[in-house]
Design a protein around this ligand. Structure first.
Ligand code: ATP
Ligand code: MG
Length: 221
């Protein structure tokens, strides 16, 4: 269970304190999903970064199955992040010098490697329709294919929490629809907690629980 309790975030800037999030609370269990919309600059990515333990909240608490990751010392926090959380960003951040298969395996390189990881990576790449593209470099893929490779990479360690920031950004309607189908199919199969941030009405429509971030607060749509 992901519990977010009255999370607030302010940035200290040269021009003073910039309030971004103002008491965001929600909780989600395994197999549940939340879609977050809201204007540019409203703090959606900031919230995802906090959920992903990349940035601490100014106040409030985030717990995953009762554990507050921000209480962990840095090496354990990194392990927690790597194992429990899968990220899909708008920018895919695939390593250009590595093959598709190697990219999907990057989260598994920390800690003990295992043949099981490679089996899982190959299965996921099959699921996302890239089973025939294992040895391609990212530059040899289309935008939608890169996004699908990034999705496979996010899921390779079976994270309990999957965070997607504009997973269909920069894609045409058909490619965006295919990535959305896949995301929801994999979500149904793997029962992670899924949090998606998007400006796309077409993607948002696919979620039952849609909320809007505005003035630092998360409101039902
Ligand atoms: N490290 C930082 N220091 C200062 N201000 C920041 C920092 N990170 C983000 N901000 C500010 O916080 C606000 C929210 O940014 P955020 O990236 O969360 O918006 P967003 O809702 O994801 O927008 P978009 O839809 O354009 O991606 C912006 O005004 C941004 O300038
Ligand atoms: Mg953003």
């Amino acid at each position: 269970m992901l519990k977010v309790e009255t999370v607030s975030k302010q940035f200290e800037t040269g021009a003073g304190t910039l309030p971004i999030l103002d008491g965001v609370s929600f909780s989600k269990g395994p197999g549940e999903a939340l879609c977050i919309m809201g204007p540019s600059g409203s703090g959606k990515s900031t919230l995802l970064h906090i959920l992903g333990t990349l940035e601490p909240p100014t106040s409030g608490e985030v717990t995953l199955d009762g554990r507050d990751p921000f209480q962990l010392p840095e090496p354990e926090l990194a392990t927690f992040r790597n194992h429990e959380i899968g990220f899909v960003f708008q920018e895919h951040f695939l390593l250009p010098q590595c093959s598709v298969l190697e990219n999907v395996l990057t989260p598994t390189l920390v800690g003990e490697g295992s043949g099981a990881h490679e089996t899982r990576a190959r299965e996921l790449l099959d699921r996302v329709g890239l089973g025939e593209r294992l040895d391609h470099r990212p530059a040899e893929l289309s935008g939608g294919e890169r996004q699908r490779a990034a999705l496979a990479r996010a899921l390779v360690l079976k994270p309990r929490l999957v965070l997607c920031d504009e997973p269909t950004g920069n894609l045409d309607a058909a490619a965006a629809g295919a990535v959305a189908d896949l995301l929801l199919e994999l979500h149904a199969a793997e029962q992670a907690i899924l949090i998606v941030v998007t400006h796309s009405a077409a993607l948002a429509e696919r979620f039952e629980d849609r909320r809007r971030l505005a003035q630092g607060r998360l409101e039902a749509e």
